[in-house]
Design a protein around this ligand. Structure first.
Ligand code: SF4
Length: 291
């Protein structure tokens, strides 16, 4: 397999074959993200991708899941994506699901019919990073999409009957917008009603614009208990019909896995217990946190 630069994938794609369909991120402007800063965005040629799929199919192992990297592979033209999905289906007989990262703009460039076509060709899950439901935060972090666009994009994926996994980012509002960020993020999650939510906790990445804002004092990261408070507000403020809400990414201080809405109250009680205790030993140690 040919990979260019560091490769990122959602935790739930740990067992998947990672196929690099695009290099970098088509947006690449979020002020907190350092993942693809050294990569110039490009769409790999079908020949390059076909070569990788041929190689994987020659390994003689059962490949049930494929994840299409990099940052926003859904940006690819519909024709190219379909070509890849059909070829995967032809070559990997045991394939059950293909996953992909898609930002809101890329999703909205696809029609509902396009997304349905992709689902029929094997696309099973889209991962959408919304980070926040607060309008000021979305602008400040240069997310490249508005609240309304996030909601429309998430709903369009769901309407096409593709599973939707949404990522939110604790701490991204800083101390200034912490409460509002948590409230509005809970609200947007309810409006999108995804199948999965993954809450991550902000870690300021060296070399990013956010690091410079932090150094100058313009941005201040909430302390671990304030971050946990955000998680509680989000969970308490989102109405989800059927969703697995997790905070078990290594960046988080308190790993939780909540089947919503049934386990919501239990999760809120757990969070409240830790908040009341102010006991740091109940939180993941700083040294074990990672992105
Ligand atoms: S869209 Fe995602 S990958 Fe691209 S810069 Fe923003 S956070 Fe990073």
């Amino acid at each position: 397999m040919e990979y260019e630069g560091a490769i990122y994938r959602p935790p739930s794609e740990a067992e998947s074959l990672i196929l690099q369909a695009t290099v970098g991120c088509s947006h690449n402007r979020c002020i907190f993200c350092g993942s693809y800063k050294n990569k110039r965005f490009r769409i790999r040629s079908f020949d390059e991708i076909r070569h990788d799929i041929d190689e994987a199919s020659s390994w003689g192992v059962e490949i049930r899941r494929v994840f299409l990297a990099d940052g926003d592979a859904l940006f690819m033209p519909q024709k190219r994506l379909l070509e890849i999905l059909f070829y995967l289906r032809d070559k990997l007989g045991e394939l059950r699901r293909v996953g992909i990262y898609g930002n809101a703009r890329s999703i909205l460039h696809k029609t509902a019919r396009d997304l349905t076509e992709l689902r029929e060709a094997g696309l099973g899950i889209v991962y959408l990073g919304i980070e926040s439901g607060n309008r000021r935060v979305l602008e400040k972090i240069k997310k490249g999409a508005t609240y309304e666009e996030m909601v429309a994009a998430g709903r369009r994926v769901k309407e096409a009957d593709i599973s939707l996994s949404v990522t939110v980012l604790l701490g991204i509002g800083g101390t200034e917008l912490s409460h509002q960020h948590a409230m509005d993020t809970g609200r947007i999650l309810g409006e999108i009603d995804p199948d999965f939510v993954g809450a991550l906790t902000l870690m300021v990445v060296p070399g990013t614009p956010l690091e410079r804002e932090t150094a100058s004092g313009a941005f201040e990261l909430p302390d671990p208990f304030a971050l946990l408070e955000e998680l509680g507000i989000m969970i308490g403020n989102c109405e989800l019909s059927k969703c697995l809400f997790t905070s078990n990414h290594p960046s988080n201080y308190l790993p939780l896995k909540i089947s919503m809405p049934g386990e919501r109250e239990k999760a809120l009680q757990t969070i409240q217990r830790v908040l009341t205790s102010r006991n740091r030993s109940l939180l993941r140690p700083e040294s074990l946190r990672a992105l």
